[in-house]
Structure formats: structure tokens, C-alpha cells
Design a protein. Structure first.
Length: 98
């Protein structure tokens, strides 16, 4: 019974993720403009996102505009999210200079 619940939960997560991915690509594909790379960079620079770290300190992502940024929203209660954490640590160690 417990294994059946895990399998169903895993399949639901894949379904939701796949649906969201297809939707995003559908929306992006329907509104593709003939623009240059510089236009895309200008649109990206206008994005504003401020987060708070565990200590409550505000982090403005515009301060890291010349860096590689990876934002992962997951939960410690989520088994697949926990399973991907070692991989994300490896990615961080590989590109932390960037």
C-alpha cells in the first residue's frame, strides 16, 4: 500500500512537471518575436526579484547580474527534491566561480 502511494505521487509529479513544461513552451512558442540577443538581455535586466535568506537578509538578484543563478524551489519533505540535492551541490561546486 505504501509503495503504491509513492508510485502514484511520483507519477503525479511527473505529470504536473510535464504539463507545466509543455505549457511554458507552448506560450513561449506562440509569442516568439524576431528580436536580437541584446533585446532579450535588456528584458532580462528589467526583471526584479528579491528574496530573503534563512537569516532574513534581503538578496536582490540584480546584484548578481553577471553571475550564473540557479533557483530551485523544493521541500525537505519531498523525496524527489531531497534526492536531487546532491546533484545540485555538484553543479554548484562545478560552477561556483561563475
Amino acid at each position: 500500500m505504501f509503495e503504491k502511494g509513492l508510485i502514484i505521487g511520483f507519477l503525479l509529479r511527473i505529470l504536473v512537471f510535464s504539463s507545466a513544461t509543455v505549457y511554458v513552451f507552448y506560450i513561449a512558442g506562440s509569442s516568439i518575436e524576431k528580436t536580437t540577443t541584446s533585446t532579450h538581455l535588456e528584458r532580462f535586466k528589467k526583471m526584479e526579484l528579491t528574496l530573503h535568506d534563512l537569516g532574513g537578509i534581503k538578496i536582490d538578484l540584480n546584484d548578481y547580474s553577471d553571475k550564473t543563478i540557479l533557483i530551485n524551489f523544493g521541500g525537505t519533505w519531498c523525496a524527489p527534491c531531497v534526492a536531487e540535492m546532491p546533484f545540485l551541490q555538484e553543479v554548484y561546486e562545478a560552477i561556483n566561480d561563475d
